[in-house]
Each structure stands twice: as C-alpha cells, then as structure tokens.
Design a protein around this ligand. Structure first.
Ligand SMILES: C[S@@+](CC[C@H](N)C(=O)[O-])C[C@H]1O[C@@H](n2cnc3c(N)ncnc32)[C@H](O)[C@@H]1O
Length: 316
C-alpha cells in the first residue's frame, strides 16, 4: 500500500493554475484556492483539492467545503449547523476588547485611543470576591446566540482576565462552539449554555459585558438571499421574522435581565434598519452610547448601556 501523498507533494504549478482558472471562469476569487490548500486535511492528495474546487464552482460556500472560517486571529470549525462568522462581527470583538480595557495582544486593547472602559467591573450584586490572582477584576462576557463561538472565543483569547458564557438554543451549534473552545484551549474559561436566551438566569460572577449578533434579516430578505447564504446556513441564525426585529425584542429583555445598570451590551445590526433596531433595544431599557461602522461608513453594530438615558437619534 502506498502512503498518502501530501498535497504539497502533488499540487504542481500546472494543477494549481488549472484550478485557479476553473474558479476564475466561475467568477470566483482565485485566491480561494490558497485557503483550500491551507485547510486540506494532513495527507490529503490533489484529488481532494480538485473535488473541493468543483464543489466551489457548483456554489457550495468555501467555509462549508473546508469546514473552517478565519475570524479575527484564528480559524474556527464551522458546520451546516452554524453561521460562518462574518468579518463585520470583528467590530464586536474590537469594541469588547476596548471596553474590557486590556488586550493581551497589544497590551492596550483601546484601538480608538479612548480610555472609557465603561464601568466594566462595576455592578457586582452578590458580594463574592471576583478578583483573579493579580487583583484585577474578572469580567464575564456573555454572548447571546453564540453559534460557533468565534466572537466570544476571540475576546477571551485576547483578554486573559475575561471569562465567558455562550448561550445558544441549538445543541448542534453549541457542540461546534465547544469544539472551537477546546481547540483554542479556552475550555476552563468558558461555560456553554444550551438555552433560549429568554429562559436563561445567570448567576453573577462580577462585572458583565453582553455581546450579540442576532438573526436580523426579514423573512422576505432571507427568502431572497444568495443561495450560498439561504441554502447553506441555518435559517434560525438569519431569519428575524416579518420585520427583522423579532430577535432584538426578546434579546433586549434578556440582556436587560442579565446586566446591571451601567453595564454594556454590544449588538450587531443591519444598516438597513439601524434606527428601528436601536429603538427596540432602547425600549428594553438601554441607551445607545456609540454606533460602530464598517469601512464603508455603514452602521454595523452599537455599543449600548443599560439604564443610559440616550437615544440613537443623533448618532446615526
Ligand atoms: C446570526 S447567528 C450568530 C452566531 C455567532 N454569534 C456569529 O456571529 O457568528 C445567531 C445565533 O443565535 C442563535 N439564536 C437565535 N435566537 C436565539 C434565542 N432566542 N436563544 C438562543 N440562541 C438564539 C441562533 O441559533 C444562531 O446560532
């Protein structure tokens, strides 16, 4: 029996050029071939690379073919049961690290040069000692609807003082999150809760920060979405009901129960309905502190504060 050849042995420049040509002819980004090569299982031969390219040409998303998606600083396992994390969600990670006020990566975490840490570490209501060994307050980051866990795990990976709770109603998605937590060696700092966020009662362990990227398409938008999205990602991760706001209404109430006055919530939204989304969260007892925008200037997320008397009006 011959030993399996590794892809580096078998992918010649000619093969690579032919596969790139196949991708380009299907109006796909030829650089996806490099991602496929990176994620090929050890020992896989060129046959698998050809098969993956064909699947990609047939419209299967790259993340579903390879079972991986790069996000923030790591690669995450993704399956049919989770949304593949999107680049715009990195805004939530960046803002969370800024609010936590310390990033292991750059020793600062405040990429905006703003030193407002928003009172994380306040609001402890059970009187327990929530300090870690060097005396810093431990902050609990709670993600509502964690999916594959990429957002929460990226925050924990860059802030060693934070602990995490990932809430997710899909058991299959939570298994993926658990696997990602294990791969990153973060199991001891994260609890995974299989629950509807409306039913969760959290025991307080210290200051708390909430994060969420809820389903925000209207049902009509979900029906009209690109097949790569509609046919390959869980509807429960995308469809936000007739007006796209159903998840925000229950989320607002759940986050208001979990957070103390003055604590922060970072919530992703669609630029198509930023004002309505923020109004729904404000109705649940939050004020909008800032709107987070993508490079094109579109509102993609917001930083809200429980009990803050401020409306999004002037920020949008
Ligand atoms: C848009 S996906 C986001 C997943 C992940 N946070 C990310 O950004 O990659 C929304 C996630 O929230 C979960 N979800 C939706 N409604 C929920 C609820 N009421 N309780 C718990 N999880 C919920 C979905 O199953 C899905 O995994």
């Amino acid at each position: 029996m011959t030993a399996p050849t590794t892809v580096t042995e078998t992918v010649t420049a000619d093969v690579r050029a032919a596969l790139r040509k196949q991708l380009t002819a299907a109006r796909l980004d030829a650089s996806e071939l490099s991602a496929m090569e990176t994620w090929l299982p050890a020992g896989a031969g060129v046959a698998l690379l050809r098969e993956w390219t064909e699947q990609r040409v047939r419209g299967v998303p790259l993340s579903r073919i390879c079972g991986r998606r790069g996000f923030w600083r790591d690669d995450f396992v993704v399956t049919k049961d989770v949304l593949a994390p999107r680049p715009e969600s990195e805004l939530l990670v960046e803002e969370a690290l800024r609010i936590l006020g310390h990033s292991d990566g750059d020793g600062d975490g405040d990429k905006n040069g703003d030193d407002d840490n928003g009172g994380v570490g306040d609001g402890d209501d059970d009187g327990r000692n929530d300090s870690d060994s060097d005396g810093d307050k431990v902050c609990e980051v709670v993600e509502f609807g964690t999916g594959c866990g990429a957002i929460l795990l990226s925050v924990l990976n860059d802030n060693s003082r934070a602990r995490g709770v990932g809430i997710e109603k899909s058991a299959a998605a939570l298994n993926v999150a658990r696997e990602n937590g294990r791969r990153l060696g973060l199991e001891s700092r994260v609890r995974w809760l299989k629950s509807d966020w409306s039913d969760v009662v959290l025991k307080r362990r210290g200051g708390r920060l909430a994060i969420a990227n809820p389903p925000y398409l209207t049902t009509a938008e979900w029906r009209g979405a690109m097949p790569e999205v509609r046919d390959y990602e869980p509807r429960a991760a995308l469809d936000g009901g007739a007006d796209g706001l159903a998840a925000y209404r229950t989320l607002g109430a759940a986050m208001a129960r979990a957070l103390a006055e003055g604590e922060h919530a970072l919530v992703e939204l669609t630029p198509l309905r930023a004002a309505e989304t923020l109004a729904a969260l404000e109705a649940a007892g939050f004020g909008t502190r800032r709107v987070l925008r993508d490079l094109g200037g579109r509102a993609r997320a917001a930083c809200l504060v429980r009990g803050l008397a401020s409306a999004a009006g002037g920020l949008l």
